[in-house]
Structures are given as structure tokens and as C-alpha cells.
Design a protein around this ligand. Structure first.
Ligand code: SF4
Length: 352
């Protein structure tokens, strides 16, 4: 599908307040770590840094990006901060901003993050040359939620085995929705939802829950199916996590609403509940149970400290309840996923 021209503003994290970009007339463009660009990030970043940020930097250096009005970085981890530092030294790279993301979701964190969202709004206004007011932000939140509902409906179809192409096709649709202006993205998702139901139920394959961070390649999701793993639910940074509804109560301050909705969605590994340190393990366990899975696969990119630190506790929580866990480490290439084929096949076989 041809992408219509737009004032694209780049982002790289599922915590980015996308409606702020749309409210200024910009189109959010997720810079996904999918590219044929040569490895050049090593000139500016340490080799042992997460390949997610390295591939994004490779795209910037190689100018493998649409014209961007600006680039929004969320201070999710040390690697993302390093990327922000390096991005500003790339010739011709779009102006950028780094917004701080609290690791917790209590009242003071929400108030702080609301201030960061305000700051982002002022920056995006300067990039797009348009002002953001309450009604524009409310309309942008509404549009975002429409997309989220479509993504939700599409995910339900995939889980029920009635969308041709399954998770691989859903991932391709999510990538498109994260890199295309609202109207075109909505048209594409409605097109998929309008298709006649396919019968792709593979009841003989064991149901497995997929979680983790960065895995945007649709072919990687097709690989799970080819290995006999029936994915029945997912929670990935590059998956449905980007399309989580934002509360749209009309009385509250818009930035505060955005902040609370983003911080209080299901946690990823870099968010921390001081009152309940093992909370993420419980969230994963609850999601596995809800999905009806017999086991879980965690896909994380190499050197992702937030995820790698949390996995032992997650594994313990799952094992205590009899759910095996397979951990796959990748480098954002299909090649690295291919190397896991035998392990995925064996894991699926074990769960039959
Ligand atoms: S994948 Fe992990 S290390 Fe890389 S940017 Fe995301 S949270 Fe940070």
C-alpha cells in the first residue's frame, strides 16, 4: 500500500504518547529495527548494546527513513539514552527530543510524566508549526482508540484462527498501522476485518503465549507457526502493546490522562512496582492463564538488561504453576530467529 505523504514524526518505544503527535497534525512513524542498511552503528555505540537501538541508528546513518519532522525518544533504558545521544550526531538526522519515563505508576509518577508530555507537546508544536489545544488532543485520543479497537478485533480473529495469514499477517498490519497516517491505517485494518473468515484452527498444535520486547518481522511470527507452535496470545513491544487504549474522560487534564493510561497499562520489563517487585511475573502468569496456553515463549533482543534481569523471576513463577518457558534471544534479524527453529520445534513437541 502506498504511504501518503505526511508530517512524519519518528518514535521507537511503545510508551510514546502518540496522540500528542497526531494532535499537532503529525503522523507517528515507528522506526522499526527492520532494514537492509549496513551495520554502521558500531562507529558510535558500543557493540554490546541492544540490537534494537543499533538497527535504528543504522537506518538513520544510511538515511533509510522517510523525511521526519522530528524524532521522539523515550528514556526507557540506558540503551535508548545512548541512541538519543548518537542520533544527534548523525548528519542530517531529524531534530530529536528525549522524554523521561518514570519506572513506576504512582500518583507522583503520573504527575511527573504529565509534565513530560506537556514538554513533548511544545516540542512537537515547534516541529509541525501548529498549536495543540484540548479539542485537537481529545480528537487524536479518539482516533488512537479507534485504531486500538480495530487492532483488538483483528487480534481476536487471529486467536480464533479466522484471519488468513494468522499472526504473521497481524504483525504486518501492526507495522503498517505504526508507520502510516491514521486514515490509511484505518482503511487497511478495516479491509482485513472485512475479509471472509478463514479456517486456520490448528487444534493439534499446542497453545503457546508469546511475550517480550522487539520482534516486528512478520516472517518471525510465521516461523512459530511453521514450527508447530500455535500462538494464542502475545504481549510484545512491537505487537499490540503500542495500541493500548487511552482513557478519554473529558473532565480530567488531557496530559494527566495520557500519562496515567500509558503508565498503568500492563507492565513491560522496564516498569517497576515498588510495592510489589514480582508484579511483572504475576502479570505474565495471568496472561498465560487467560490465553489458555500450555507454555510461554519469551523473545528478547540481546543485551536487553530490563528483560534479562526479570526473566529468572518470571521463569520461577511460571514453573511453580507448571508452565514451561522457552527464552529466545535475537538480534532483530530473521537469521537469528532461524537459528532457534529446532528449539521452538522441540518446545512445541514437548507440549503436545
Ligand atoms: S529492547 Fe530493551 S534494551 Fe533495547 S531499547 Fe528496548 S528496553 Fe531498552
Amino acid at each position: 500500500m502506498a504511504v501518503p505523504p505526511a508530517d512524519f514524526i519518528g518514535f521507537a518505544c511503545a510508551y510514546t504518547p502518540l496522540p500528542v503527535i497526531a494532535a499537532a497534525g503529525g503522523a507517528p512513524y515507528r522506526v522499526l529495527p527492520m532494514t537492509e542498511s549496513p551495520d554502521q552503528a558500531g562507529r558510535m555505540l558500543h557493540d554490546n548494546i541492544c540490537p534494537h537501538v543499533k538497527r535504528i541508528l543504522d537506518r538513520a546513518i544510511d538515511r533509510d527513513l522517510p523525511e521526519l519532522r522530528g524524532m521522539v525518544f523515550v528514556n526507557s533504558c540506558d540503551a535508548m539514552r545512548r541512541l538519543y545521544d548518537a542520533w544527534r550526531r548523525v548528519d542530517g538526522a531529524a531534530p530529536s527530543v528525549l522524554i523521561d519515563l518514570p519506572p513506576t505508576a504512582d500518583e507522583s509518577a503520573v504527575a511527573f510524566f504529565a509534565g513530560e508530555i506537556e514538554r513533548l507537546a511544545r516540542t512537537v508544536e515547534s516541529w509541525c508549526g501548529r498549536t495543540i489545544d484540548r479539542s485537537k488532543l481529545s480528537k487524536a485520543v479518539e482516533q488512537h482508540n479507534v485504531l486500538c479497537d480495530r487492532v483488538d478485533a483483528l487480534t481476536r480473529r487471529v486467536e480464533a484462527g479466522t484471519l488468513e495469514g494468522g499472526w504473521s499477517r497481524l504483525q504486518a498490519a501492526l507495522n503498517l498501522a505504526a508507520t502510516t497516517p491514521f486514515d490509511a491505517a484505518l482503511k487497511h485494518l478495516d479491509g482485513l476485518l472485512g475479509e471472509a473468515p478463514a479456517d486456520r484452527r490448528r487444534a493439534s498444535d499446542p497453545p503457546i503465549f508469546l511475550f517480550g520486547n522487539v520482534l516486528p518481522d512478520p516472517d518471525a511470527h510465521a516461523l512459530f507457526e511453521a514450527c508447530g507452535a500455535r500462538i494464542v496470545g502475545e504481549d510484545m513491544c512491537t505487537g499490540s502493546r503500542t495500541f493500548t487504549r487511552i482513557d478519554s474522560d473529558s473532565t480530567e487534564d488531557s496530559c494527566r490522562l495520557l500519562a496515567a493510561s500509558l503508565l498503568r497499562r500492563p507492565r513491560c520489563a522496564r516498569t517497576f512496582d515498588a510495592s510489589d517487585p514480582g508484579r511483572m511475573s504475576q502479570d505474565v502468569l495471568d496472561a498465560v492463564k487467560r490465553s489458555g496456553a500450555k507454555g510461554a515463549i519469551c523473545h528478547t533482543v540481546k543485551f536487553c538488561d530490563p528483560y534479562l534481569v526479570r526473566l529468572p523471576l518470571v521463569r520461577e513463577a511460571l514453573q511453580r504453576e507448571g508452565y514451561p518457558l522457552l527464552v529466545l534471544e535475537g538480534d532483530c534479524t530473521l537469521r537469528s530467529m532461524g537459528q532457534h527453529r529446532t528449539r521452538i520445534e522441540a518446545f512445541a513437541e514437548m507440549l503436545r
